[in-house]
Write a protein that binds this ligand. Sequence first.
Ligand code: ADP
Ligand code: MG
Length: 146
Amino acid sequence: MKYLSKSPIETRKIASTLIKKLTTKRNSQTVVIALEGELGAGKTTFVKGVARELGIKKNITSPTFVIMKKLEINNLKFESLFHIDAYRLKDHRGLISLGIKEILADPKNIVLIEWSDRVKKILPKKHIKIHLDHINTDERKIEIFE
Ligand code: ADP
Ligand code: MG
């Protein structure tokens, strides 16, 4: 699916539409959303839309200085959202020590990874890839590969 978003609000709406669709599906596997795109492309904005749709009230910030953040979800389908920013990681090994394998093994988790191209090795085969491109000040191309 390809979108042209004209504002951060629109990007968040695209994210919530994806989550609505996911929550109607039954899945036995952990939902992993891999976000690719340069700085300012809208990855964190997209995560905000996901979090809001899942009822998370806490403000989502870019976890640049913390590689991983865990947020609790009051939702029948998911228990926790993990927000990962792999920007400062050289490769996937930095995530192994943070327990990524156990996190990915629990289908009650939804895992969103910014700069996922740096940690490709830990991505399960079945993941949703989101590619965001900066077009101009307020426009972003968003491609979702499911
Ligand atoms: P990233 O996490 O990819 O570095 P952020 O989501 O933190 O990107 O930042 C995106 C920036 O671009 C924000 O300042 C946001 O307000 C701005 N912006 C402008 N237009 C859009 C859009 N259509 N979608 C998402 N962000 C946008
Ligand atoms: Mg970010």
